[in-house]
Design a protein around this ligand. Structure first.
Ligand code: NAD
Ligand code: DAU
Length: 349
């Protein structure tokens, strides 16, 4: 039986990865290590928490001694590292938290793997990263695995730094690593500070929809379960030392995406057409706001046979339905201990 450490498994993408691995690989022991920050919630994993091949450990990757002890005790065969501070706006107001978790936390995990994996054959350290490390595109162009790093936000700078450390540990200590850089994910269990769940929540509650700048920034959107499937493929079949870009081949200007969400929400809530769009409020732009991200995901497609499965319009409808049907989850993560964070996020504007 292999024991796989998944960090950040109580977060948005992590919870989908944990669910996939626990259900698909009954012969693996899946250990989910998560600090349960405002973004991590065990309610995201209710359906797998009693499975015999699943274990949860509450802990902080910044605590190097604790991480080393975990590696000694659990004897991990592989690591899928997702734990991170992930929200760009928060990185602008509190960069140091991003350095601690995203850089120091990653180096602590690398060190533990380096010390404990004396014979790294059949071991794998898989680091989950973002397309934001490549910086911003103009109207033309696309990020490939060879695009030069050019991060602009404290978040993307911290992720770029962690990517460099991961590669340095391969070059210096022969650690068997693999990295993927993915575009914007959407789907269930995403904390409602990110664009899509925030706007669904606000439309439902007839609150303003704060569009940064003119809403002309472009993002490439990928269904979160398609990202989890790509992570499965790369973890098992990706070449050691390689980087894979993951994307949805699905670029949207923010304002067009927001109008689509408004239309679907009007129809789902039985409101007159055009009602939700009246909530659109143009606000001050995000500092250093990257204009456009676009991912060339042809390497993973050609070499590993992965491609996105879900059409975006269908995915958006499924996502909206999920948030409308899971009000209790939404109330849970935006109340109590979480409320403070949610309000900070909202009031800041
Ligand atoms: P998230 O914010 O939803 O979840 C992060 C998880 O990490 C939470 O469960 C949190 O409790 C945990 N965590 C934070 N600090 C920790 C610490 N010090 N120790 C242990 N656990 C800690 O993030 P997400 O959107 O699911 O992103 C997961 C990973 O994927 C991140 O590394 C992110 O950079 C990357 N990524 C995200 C996207 C996206 O669109 N969301 C796209 C590409 C890459
Ligand atoms: O590209 C991958 C990245 O996607 C991940 O690495 C990050 O972890 C993830 O948070 C996401 O970053 P973005 O900054 O692109 O996502 P966010 O949902 O915050 O914003 C999407 C776009 O919408 C962006 O152009 C900013 C804009 N926006 C966002 C919010 C929250 C608004 O106009 N208004 C808002 O209130």
């Amino acid at each position: 039986m292999k024991t796989i450490l998944i960090t950040g498994g109580a977060g948005f993408i992590g919870s989908h990865v944990v669910r996939l691995f626990v259900n698909k690989y009954p012969d693996y022991k899946i250990v989910n290590l998560d600090k349960l920050t405002y973004a991590g919630n065990l309610a995201n994993l209710k359906d797998v928490e009693k499975k015999p091949n699943y274990e949860f450990i509450k802990g902080d990757i910044v605590d190097s001694e604790f991480i080393l002890k975990c590696f000694e005790e659990k004897k991990f065969d592989g690591v899928i590292h997702l734990a991170a501070e992930s929200h760009v706006d928060r990185s602008i107001s509190n960069p140091i938290e991003f350095v601690n978790t995203n850089v120091i936390g990653t180096v602590n995990l690398l060190n533990a793997a380096r010390y404990l994996w004396k014979d790294p054959v059949d071991k794998r350290f898989y680091h989950i990263s973002t397309d934001e490390v490549y910086g911003s595109l103009g109207e033309e162009g696309i990020f490939t695995e060879d695009t030069r790093y050019d991060p602009h936000s404290p978040y993307s700078a911290s992720k770029a730094s962690s990517d460099h450390f991961v590669r340095a540990y391969q070059d210096t200590y022969n650690l068997p690593i693999v990295i993927s850089n993915c575009s914007n994910n959407y789907g269930s269990y995403q904390f409602p500070e990110k664009l899509i769940p925030l706007f669904i929540h606000n439309i439902k509650n007839r609150k303003p929809l704060p569009v940064y700048g003119k809403g002309e920034n472009v993002r490439d959107w990928l269904w979160v379960d398609d990202h989890a499937a790509a992570i499965d493929v790369i973890f098992h079949r990706g070449k050691s030392g390689e980087t894979y870009n993951i994307g949805g081949f699905n670029e949207w200007k923010n304002i067009d995406l927001i109008r689509l969400i408004c239309r679907v929400m009007d129809s789902r809530l039985g409101r007159p057409a055009g009602e939700s769009e009246k909530l659109i409020t143009y606000v001050k732009d995000r500092a250093g706001h990257d204009l456009r991200y676009a991912i060339d995901a042809s390497k993973i497609k050609n070499e590993l046979g992965w491609k996105p499965s879900l059409q975006f319009e269908e995915g958006i409808e499924k996502t909206i339905d999920w948030y409308l049907e899971n009000e209790e989850w939404l109330n849970n993560v935006t109340s109590g201990d979480y409320k403070k964070y949610y309000e900070e996020q909202y009031i800041k504007r």
